[in-house]
Design a protein around this ligand. Sequence first.
Ligand SMILES: Cc1ncc(COP(=O)(O)O)c(C=O)c1O
Length: 480
Amino acid sequence: MTTNAVSTSRHSSTPPEEATALLARMPDLEQALAFYHRHLAPDTAVDLSVAENVLVYDDSMQKMVFANTNLLPEKYIHYISPYGTPELRQQVADLLTEAFGPRVPAENVFGTAGVASALECLAFALKDSEPGGPPPLVDGDAVLIPAPYWQGFNWSFEQRPKLTCVPVNLPTDGPHAFQLTLELVRNQYEEHKKQTGRAPRLLVLTNPHNPLGVNYSKKLLEDIYAWALGDPDLHIISDEIYCHSQLNSSTTPFTSAVALDAYAEHPDRIHVVWGFAKDFGLSGFRTGFVISRNTVVQRAMLGSKDPGAEKRHPMSWFTPFDSLKHYVVGAVLSASVNGPGSELYTTYAMRTYRDLLSTSYDKVKARLKHNSIKYIHKDSDNTAQFFWLDLRDYLDLCVPPDQDNATPFPLTDPDLDPREQCLFDYLRAAPTEVSLLPGGVMHSPAPGFFRLCYTARQPGEVCEAIDKVGKALALLKSQA
Ligand SMILES: Cc1ncc(COP(=O)(O)O)c(C=O)c1O
């Protein structure tokens, strides 16, 4: 790798016809938007829809890690342990120990190609069982997920493992709007059991949450975990991919699942996932980790040739933490700030990231306020990388962009409320040209909410884009 191997250019050389054809078949609107902005509108429209993070890269990673990274050494062109070498697993375990609190043993950490893959591996793994443990999950089993939620859970759990995602809808109005409670989870669990005769087998919590950004309090987590694990067949997955994305002003600290009393009691049925895509902004590298001490999961991740049982190849073989990932992520994990023996770069980066995130959040929040754009958030809560905009006031005012202003590449989701789609199209069209992610994509229980990712660009650019959105929304009001 040369010094310039990781370029900041947004330019694409893919011919537009080819890019358009590829775009037309993409089922995930968030990924379609990422592709659209990369290949078809690289230098014009502003993409605040995709969960990306450029803050750490621009601030220090380029200077302190990649500028010092040499050409690929030969050892990285060979086969490598697909779930991570012992050294890499130890480095990740150390990093996660710092973030989670309790020690994370390296033997419980398994690398995969992205957190989406880590989640899929867990789903497949739990379709196996061991004597005395919970029965295996089977096709159609329900996965409870508080909604709105990251739509990728559907791809990870449903597409190949054939489980069924069941939303636990959060209230969208009132003093407890978008707040999770044990009661909501319990009611949906009971309701599902009543309707299908089968209890849900998995509960998935994202902490900090995407798209709401909040950290769940330790008390709430203990209550939910204690109740949920009272069902001996239920597993919990805690997606902690945003665990380092913490505001200085947040008064509810992040609590990892492994720091809960419930974990000490039921460590075999609590599984955590994390990756470098969000906190470190390395989304394109596709790195994910399963953290689990469950023997069925460990057997799936490591493979097995137990006598008398079916031979199993490690799950990560099919979705590997490959040698290139080892090389690049290894450089991030091994770098130190002032040469050998000084502070680890990762510790430094995640400490300064808090400040970068907090500064960016303050600027963007002020800009949203200035433009009278509503959002769901309490000042003392965390935001991870998002604002959950409440644009419901504009749903019935939206007029489709005229042909001159329409974007040349319509991006649609047949499941979206048509008014939400209209607002999305209107903001994406000239002269605004800002992409926000429609809440319907994220299973929002009501239309009119949009996710804005404020780490996708530098704060100045995000603020300019917000001014344009504010202007476009004000125009809709004035024309009503
Ligand atoms: C909550 C959550 N989990 C997992 C992922 C996917 O991570 P990866 O890109 O590592 O597969 C995302 C990406 O947006 C996410 O928001």
